[in-house]
Design a protein around this ligand. Structure first.
Ligand SMILES: Nc1ncnc2c1ncn2[C@@H]1O[C@H](COP(=O)(O)OP(=O)(O)OP(=O)(O)O)[C@@H](O)[C@H]1O
Ligand SMILES: [Mg+2]
Length: 362
């Protein structure tokens, strides 16, 4: 079990900076996820840590020992880093049985097949694949192949696991099941893990902490709850919670932070990094919006109510998703009550609204 430290890491390909001065640490036994849209540099980061690609600058350390240091020309080859990696495509060798696939990393390290038997059985039993030891990959389902890939990465007791979208090839149902056993396995072994995904639900469910990446940088690194409840930018609010982002202008000065939105003034919980008069985006989650048939006479903060027209209603099972046109733009609201198409009053509760500078949102 080990601690990983990444210090000021950058990777440039020609003029493009794909990983841009990134620093973070993963504690011993921690499950940290890199979450971000396609092309933001997640795989490049993993490849650097695995030793499959050399960054342009920065350092990578395991337990304080450098495995890569651009300034000192230190670059340990992958097989000496003791890092297990599972790729997006699970890439088992098709001509080898499960047993031989899992034995491969041991053989690479000079361990004979006779000595390796116990380790192979241990790794396969962890992922409940021991009964399949003599099958070929094409005789297994996608989920089973994925488990074998995981056993192969763990068989020699790596100090660190790197998992690059390991569930992305599975169908939705299998993916949910695989997510469950992956979490169980990590909790049982407490192996330090760096996980990559662009699926926010997967990240929220699995991780101790999440680093949200955009354009080669970490925008925010926090626990799932912190990230969901206190996003530091409009990009994160949108990416992690599919928030409504409503464009307005900061109208501060009053006791409470306010943003002008169309012809309305919306009181918000807080305004991050936007000065008075600046363009701002109000982020509010669809599930936090309240719909009324009319404005209640005793509504305290009347400024957070505005009339709208329901354009569309989708049944989601336990709730409805409404698309509502207001004078400031279209708002998505997810509520349990049934409303007919037509007029409705939209309430944006102040405690559920956070405003961000639009410069940050861009
Ligand atoms: N060998 C390379 N040469 C040039 N550009 C590269 C190379 N490898 C990656 N890139 C570029 O670096 C950027 C980041 O790629 P990376 O594979 O790290 O993205 P990612 O976040 O893993 O995306 P995805 O979610 O699609 O897997 C992309 O724009 C990609 O085209
Ligand atoms: Mg990738």
């Amino acid at each position: 079990m080990s601690k990983l430290t990444v210090e000021r890491l950058s990777r440039r390909f020609g003029a493009q900076t794909v990983v841009n001065d990134v620093s973070f640490e993963i504690a011993d036994g921690e499950f940290l996820t890199l979450l971000g849209p396609s092309g933001c540099g997640k795989t490049t980061m993993l490849s650097a840590i695995a030793g499959l690609d050399a960054p342009t600058s920065g350092r990578i350390l395991i337990d304080g020992e450098p495995i890569f240091d651009a300034a000192r020309d230190c670059n340990l080859p992958p097989e000496r880093r003791q890092v297990g990696m599972v790729f997006q495509s699970y890439a088992l060798w098709p001509h080898m049985k499960v047993r031989d696939n899992v034995a491969f990393p041991l053989r690479m390290r000079g361990i004979s097949m006779a000595q390796a038997q116990d380790k192979i059985r241990w790794a396969l039993s962890l992922v409940e694949m021991e009964p399949y030891i003599d099958r070929y990959p094409h005789e297994l389902s996608g989920g089973q192949q994925q488990r074998v890939a995981l056993a192969r990465a763990m068989v020699y007791g790596p100090r660190l696991m790197l998992l690059d979208e390991p569930l992305s090839n599975l169908d939705a149902k299998l993916r949910l099941r695989a997510r469950g056993w992956l979490k169980e396995l990590q909790q049982k072994l407490r192996i330090t893990t760096l996980y990559v995904t662009h699926d926010q639900t997967e990240a929220l469910v699995l991780s101790d902490r999440i680093a949200v990446m955009q354009n080669g940088r970490i925008e925010q690194l926090a626990s799932p709850v912190e990230l969901y409840e206190h996003p530091q930018s409009a990009f994160i609010a949108d990416f992690v919670g599919h928030s409504n982002l409503l464009n307005g202008v900061v109208q501060n000065g009053a006791a409470r932070a306010k943003v002008r939105f169309g012809e309305h003034v919306i009181a918000v919980e807080k305004i991050l990094r936007a000065a008075d008069g600046a363009a701002a985006a109000i982020a509010v989650r669809p599930e936090n919006i309240v719909l009324h048939r009319e404005i209640a006479a005793n509504a305290v903060d009347r400024c957070n109510f505005m009339p709208g027209q329901i354009l569309q209603r989708d049944f989601l099972g336990a709730r409805y998703l409404y698309l509502i046109e207001t004078s400031g733009g279209i708002v998505r609201a997810e509520v349990a009550e049934h409303f007919e198409k037509g007029e409705v009053v939209v309430e944006l509760p102040a405690h559920a609204c956070v405003a961000f500078s639009r410069d940050v949102a861009a």
